[in-house]
Write a protein that binds this ligand. Structure first.
Ligand code: URA
Length: 201
């Protein structure tokens, strides 16, 4: 039986407490606040970005800067609000100067993201940017956010979300322990969920 919304929320709060105490990589020394993620613990749609920027680090919330405004706008255009979805990042702490996440940092933070996905059990995961897409699907898209043409592509991608949300559920999402075991038994990365789009490439 799947968890109730309240059970999911409680477990996410416990995970958040763990993230607040986390010292697995040096980013905890330079961050202002950890950015765990925010939104509906029972969401069908989950967004995964790269890492907190300056404003996110200051507020402790994901996508509250410029990229966040664009995300809000795109969500609104498909009839969704931030409260309907859950938004997280690959890294929970800001890399100084917004530099790219380092492999060691991604490795340290990955179990938190996988646990978030496992607890929320979203129908659809939208990755925002190369790092999230690479981590969760194993592929590497090369689009860029800043040009108007790409914004139109993004808008077209978002237009597919309502349909994706209606599709039947894929199989159960494995726990991080199960993923680790599968890797140790010779698999490389976990199989990607069946329908996955990478946005904000
Ligand atoms: N970009 C991201 O990837 N994450 C944020 O939280 C903000 C901008």
């Amino acid at each position: 039986m799947s968890a109730t919304a309240e059970e999911r929320r409680q477990q996410l709060v416990e995970l958040f407490e763990e993230v607040k105490r986390c010292e697995k990589c040096p980013l905890h020394e330079t961050r202002t606040k950890p950015v765990f993620g925010a939104g509906n613990a029972d969401a069908d749609l989950m967004f995964v970005g790269e890492a907190p920027g300056a404003e996110e680090d200051r507020q402790g919330l994901p996508f509250v800067g410029r990229a966040g405004q664009l995300l809000n706008q795109m969500l609104e255009e498909i009839g969704l609000a931030r409260d309907d979805v859950f938004i997280a990042n690959v890294l929970k702490s800001r890399p100084p100067g917004n530099r790219d996440p380092l492999p060691l940092e991604i490795q340290a933070c990955e179990p938190y993201l996988l646990e978030q996905v496992r607890l929320i059990e979203p129908r659809v995961v939208c990755t925002l940017g190369n790092f999230a897409t690479k981590l969760l699907s194993g592929s590497h898209p090369a689009a860029a956010l800043r040009t108007p043409a790409v914004k139109e592509t993004l808008r077209a991608d978002f237009a597919t979300i309502p349909d994706l949300l209606q599709r039947p559920l894929p199989g159960p999402i494995p726990s991080s322990e199960e993923l680790k075991e599968a890797e140790e038994e010779g698999g490389s990365t976990p199989p990607p969920p069946s329908d996955q789009l990478g946005f904000f490439g």
